[in-house]
Design a protein around this ligand. Structure first.
Ligand code: ADP
Ligand code: MG
Length: 247
């Protein structure tokens, strides 16, 4: 494959120029080796993400979205290049330190919700606080997170009593409750109808603006153009463009 010229670090609009950059990806390449074959999932990606915005990572299936999210979340390691989170080079951390960084400063949301059916909404959120080793006020913190996502009155319901959109809100509350600096969401609207998907995108935008939490979400849903502050278009493992549609 020919290497196309990639845009350099985006020319940020004025409103973002003095923001702290909480993610810095520098010349990241990820090659998967499968027996004799090699798949270049990411090719020389460089990207900076400012605090408190909703960022969409767009691109068709196979363009490298999940691979890039895994690099930024410290779940996988670049073949070449470096990822910095909050000014920390991930290559300097061992696995244990990366796990701790994830628990304390990141939140994750997946397409499949991944909430536990035996627990109520609030218990699902409290469990994450326990995993993050938060010792006090777990119930209060969990309730506040459920209120942010609009589920205050559903706290004691079990997942099967909730709609798909509500279940995804529980998953978002769980990611929010630890007060992370960055939420990473991989196709969080992939299993939702378009109206519910819109509500989730609007919620992520609200969380970014009102809570100051940066949200990085992968999606191929064109509706994201109406909600994201920053849109990064991936194609064949490269950044094709970086745009700022709603600033
Ligand atoms: P997206 O999330 O945009 O659909 P992915 O990051 O999952 O894209 O995949 C990018 C490319 O890397 C694809 O060609 C995919 O087949 C390949 N790929 C992803 N994960 C692996 C893996 N674990 N082993 C080998 N190839 C992989
Ligand atoms: Mg994916």
């Amino acid at each position: 494959m020919e290497s196309v010229e990639q845009p350099m670090i985006a020319e940020f609009p004025e409103s973002l120029q003095n923001r702290e950059m909480i993610v810095k990806v520098s010349h990241v390449t990820r090659i998967y080796e499968l027996g004799a074959s090699r798949v270049t999932a990411l090719r020389d990606i460089s990207l900076e993400i400012p605090k408190g915005v909703l960022v969409a990572l767009k691109g068709r299936s196979g363009s490298g979205k999940t691979t890039l999210l895994n690099m930024i979340g410290g779940l996988d390691t670049p073949t070449q290049g470096e990822v910095e989170l909050f000014g920390i080079r991930l290559s300097q951390l061992d696995d244990e330190a990366k796990t701790e960084l994830r628990r304390q400063r990141l939140g994750f949301v997946f397409q499949s919700f991944a909430i536990l059916p035996v627990f109520s909404a609030i218990e699902n959120v409290e469990l994450m606080l326990r995993i993050a080793n938060i010792q006090t006020d777990r119930r209060k913190l969990a309730m506040r997170a459920l209120e942010i996502v609009g589920l205050g009155s559903w706290a004691h319901h079990r997942p099967w009593e909730l709609s798909g959109g509500q279940q995804q809100r529980v998953a978002i509350a769980r990611a929010l409750a630890t007060r992370p600096e960055l939420i990473i969401a991989d196709e969080p609207t992939g299993e939702l109808d378009s109206t519910t998907g819109r509500q989730i995108m609007a919620l992520f935008r609200f969380i970014a603006v009102k809570e100051g939490i940066t949200v990085l979400m992968a999606t191929h849903d064109p509706l994201i153009e109406e909600y994201a502050h920053m849109v990064v278009d991936l194609m064949d493992g490269q950044i094709r463009s970086i745009r700022f549609p709603n600033l």
